[in-house]
Design a protein around this ligand. Structure first.
Ligand SMILES: NC(=O)C1=CN([C@@H]2O[C@H](COP(=O)(O)OP(=O)(O)OC[C@H]3O[C@@H](n4cnc5c(N)ncnc54)[C@H](OP(=O)(O)O)[C@@H]3O)[C@@H](O)[C@H]2O)C=CC1
Ligand SMILES: O=C1O[C@H](COP(=O)(O)O)[C@@H](O)[C@H](O)[C@H]1O
Length: 510
């Protein structure tokens, strides 16, 4: 394993939700696992007026997100962690001269012997990313002559293909591509990475991983929650931008890609880009009409409680046409996947929180057990990304007794069975990788652009009002019934239960 070098982590937007909710708890996990460098400090930077002590209280000592994690720990142990945190008020704007920030970084470096290695983590609204990169460069803080400098950029990366290209160009004026780490927290999830291992470390799956044996691929990302407190952001984004363009297409790229020549970051990223470039772009209105479905959740009663419809949520326009459900069917134009349909859907206010990839295998080409009662396409490989990370293979076995009655049996594996192994949280893993300079699980510029190229025509089609269909679905069901039309003739959506081995069909309000 790489040694994590001494360094400073500068977080822009440190007064915000992400810092307190995700970044600091991830750093705490690394601290407990003794993975932080010997000499390491965090400098929070924002416009809010705060002292070091107030910042430490906010994100560590009084943070509700750390409460559970620190409750059994010694006070001095927690204080030692909190004392790594410092705060610099940017004085009202991110678009300002950073010489004071630079002096503060220099002082911390000298006092705590952190060396000149610095990660700048951009956790502000995306409109500020380029400004911050420019101001850092203006202050001479991006140059690598006395230690490396890395820029971690949060999602969303662009709002469309054009804005993503613009942002890439903007950042690359001030930081070199190898210094830029575009985060996608789904890549930090253990089972997402395990897709690579399942495929390329086993000789039993890869030979079948193609159009000859796979009937179709289905990917579901369902959230039980609605838009929560992020209505203002979400209403300008929608399911396609918020989840599909980034997290789900990352998963798609790992399912579709060819074997990389090694596990080196650039080898893996090269293959992912090729995979994304092979997705067939939907060009004409009829194709877009036939292959895309969007919908919004409407109010309903779940467990006796009234749940708001999307248009009633805080921050959401009462006439909003933003989708909270998106289902897309598409093809991959390459040798391996020719004519194999992919069905990908993502939504909020579904019956349960679940993300899974289902590989539906073809029926054996000659059916011997015709009256077996087992239906076509019943062989499945299910890769469960969350909540109960694991893998399930569904296959036919003989029912004891006369004749050849076949039943489906399950072969399952759960990550939680690896009791000795601590499964890192996504942000924990990704932060550690950035600290160690491993960009494998970060998106490269061309990868982000290739994903946008696929998504852009769908967004334009929807947003230009060419498709007037905006279905409704009651909060707590598996989306609009019309989504069935998308998959009709091929199979049906697998509506999974909260547990990997649950039979499909789970619904909280039916
Ligand atoms: N929260 C989450 O779960 C996730 C967030 N992200 C992304 O991470 C980034 C940060 O998210 P989050 O922490 O939730 O965001 P916040 O809205 O909490 O903003 C972060 C900080 O940015 C500053 N800020 C907010 N609005 C403005 C503005 N209009 N002009 C200048 N500064 C502003 C504020 O600090 P101050 O006023 O003190 O300068 C604020 O504390 C965003 O890009 C978001 O899309 C990505 C995935 C999940
Ligand atoms: O990036 C985002 O992801 C979350 C879902 O993340 P998960 O790890 O809980 O699956 C989603 O709620 C949010 O809208 C989106 O911005």
């Amino acid at each position: 394993m790489n040694k994590t070098e001494n360094q400073i982590l500068v977080i822009f937007g440190a007064s915000g939700d992400l810092t307190a909710r995700k970044l600091v708890p991830a750093l705490f996990n690394l601290y407990v696992a003794e993975q932080l460098p010997d000499n390491f400090v965090v400098l929070g930077a924002s416009r809010s007026d705060m002292t070091d002590t107030q910042f430490r209280n906010r994100v560590v000592l009084e943070s509700s997100y750390l409460k559970e994690k620190i409750k059994d720990k010694d006070e001095s142990y927690i204080k030692d962690f909190a004392n790594k945190f410092f705060y610099e008020d940017l004085g009202g704007s991110y678009d300002t001269d950073y010489s004071r920030l630079r002096t503060r970084v220099e002082d911390l470096k000298n006092k705590y012997n952190t060396s000149g290695n610095i990660i700048y983590y951009l956790s502000t609204p995306p409109t500020l990313y380029e400004t911050i990169a420019q101001r850092l460069a203006d202050a001479g803080m991006s140059t690598q002559n006395n230690g490396w400098k890395r820029l971690v950029v949060e999602k969303p990366f662009g709002y469309s293909l054009d804005t993503a290209i613009e942002l890439n160009k903007g950042l690359q004026q001030f930081f070199k591509e190898h210094q830029i780490y575009r985060i996608d927290h789904y890549l930090g999830k253990e089972t997402v990475q395990n897709l690579l291992v399942t495929r390329f470390a086993n000789s039993i799956f890869e030979p079948l991983w193609n159009r000859n044996y796979i009937h179709h691929v289905e990917i579901t990302n369902a959230e039980e929650v609605g838009v929560e407190k992020r209505g203002g952001y979400y209403d300008k984004s929608g399911a396609l931008r918020d989840m599909f363009q980034n997290h789900l297409l990352q998963i798609v790229s790992l399912v579709v890609m060819e074997p990389p020549i090694s596990d080196a970051p650039e080898d893996i990223r090269d293959e992912k880009v090729k995979a994304l470039k092979s997705l067939r772009i939907m060009k004409d209105d009829q194709t877009l009409y036939d292959n895309t479905i969007r919908a919004q959740y409407t109010k309903s009663i779940i467990d006796g409680n009234e749940v708001k419809g999307y248009r009633e949520e805080d921050g959401v326009d009462e006439n909003s046409t933003t989708e909270t459900y998106a289902a897309i069917k598409f093809f991959v134009d390459n040798w391996r996947w020719k004519d194999t349909p992919f069905y990908v859907r993502t939504a909020k206010r579904m019956p349960t929180k679940v993300t899974e990839v289902v590989i539906h295998f073809k029926t054996p080409h000659h059916q011997i057990f015709k009256d077996s009662g087992v239906h076509d396409k019943d062989n499945k490989l299910i890769i469960r990304i969350q909540p109960d990370e694991g893998i399930l293979v569904k296959f036919g076995v003989k029912v004891p007794g006369q004749g050849f009655k076949v039943e489906r049996a399950n072969l399952d594996f759960y990550y939680s069975n690896l009791v000795e192994t601590h499964v890192m949280d996504a942000y924990e893993r990704l932060l550690l990788d950035a600290m160690q300079g491993d960009a494998t699980l970060y998106s490269r510029a061309d990868e982000v652009e290739a994903a946008w190229e696929f998504v852009d025509p769908i967004l334009k089609y929807w947003e230009d009002g060419k498709d007037v269909r905006m279905y409704g679905y009651a909060a707590g069901v598996w989306g609009p019934e019309n989504a069935d039309e998308l998959i009709e003739g091929i199979g049906e959506w697998r509506n999974p239960g909260p547990n990997l081995t649950d039979d499909p069909g789970f619904c909280v309000i039916c």
